[in-house]
Design a protein around this ligand. Sequence first.
Ligand code: PLP
Ligand code: TYF
Length: 400
Amino acid sequence: RFAEVPLAPPDAILNLSTLYKADTSAKKVDLGVGAYRDNDGKPWVLPVVRKAETAIYESQVEHEYLPISGLKSFTDAAATLILGGDSVAIKENRVTSFQSISGTGALCLGANFLKHFLPQGTIVLLSNPTWANHKNIFNTAGLEAHEYVYYNPATLGLNLEGMLASLREAPNGSVVVLHACAHNPTGVDPTQDQWKQIADVMQTKNHFPFFDCAYQGFASGDLDRDAFAIRYFIERGFECSVAQSFAKNLGLYGERVGCYHVVSRTSEITDKVRSQIARVSRAIISNPPLYGARVASQVLNDPQLLAEWKESLRAMSGRIIEMRAQLRQRLVELQTPGNWDHIVNQIGMFSFTGLKLAQVEAIKSKHHIYMTGNGRISMAGLSTRNIDHVAQAIDDVVRN
Ligand code: PLP
Ligand code: TYF
């Protein structure tokens, strides 16, 4: 029956982990998938997560179904975390929040909802480049995806003029997927002033912002600062969607903890939107899983745990920032051809090194260092143990 099914290519990022695991060299370094590692290269379970797990275990919870929208203590706290404690939209009941299967599930829920309720033919604009799964998710929901200019390979920074031009050229009322902070894969974020210019154009064009927020607290180490763009657009009166993930910032990757929020113009509209998202979610997952949401809820609703979490966020983002400084410094010391300032100017989980595909292949085969084909490195894969090896390897492939 399925003999004619063509073989699909593997996920380029997740496949890197498989290749890395199969490599028997002692020198191997995994700079592929965006997952936090400590200085020993180990995954880190946040101390607040352990505490929350203990409290949940001791309270002998039941395992009944959640409502379709998920665990309310979690979704309420998640909305406050992303939109702010003083959010006017929350106060005016203009926000609906659905627990989702992490950020991916939130994007999927949003894509399916938008497909049904935006005018036929509405297109989605994705940054060039973007997280590889974006196109996949929106196309699978039946939406056509186009690109907007974002990155400037010549400056290794933002091409603001190009981005604004793309937004102007797109049909009015397009969906624009914006990385709220810590852009994946480039590590290049707009400044606050640039966000204002982006909002100006999007308002004129009546575009719909769909924020993807997978790294709140991971970029600057400050949860509020990393939510600037989202809160700013909402203050300006935009309706919008937010896909919120707790995979990275709470280290709950495999527990799939996330939330999909929609901010509407009135509470009456919000009630209708809520009823329709419930239909979509019911068709996909019926109701979301309990465990990870319970863990996140414990942390978000307990002032003591919340404070401890913020410390851990500063520790994780701080280690990444330190690795940026050290990598740049070593490349400067080695007099590696080129300018390496972008490594410290970029923000979040990733650095877009500027290495070309042939260099990425060479660094893998010669030096056992794994990164995505576009030259993206996951900064958390660097440590004081491997940074000399990585810097020397980059130097080698850049020179040869
Ligand atoms: N969006 C971006 C930009 C990401 O980098 C990721 C992955 O980390 C996600 C969404 C979704 O991740 P998850 O489904 O694990 O929350
Ligand atoms: O870009 C990354 O590395 C993260 C993790 O299919 C990820 O966003 C990568 C690929 C994928 C799911 C998650």
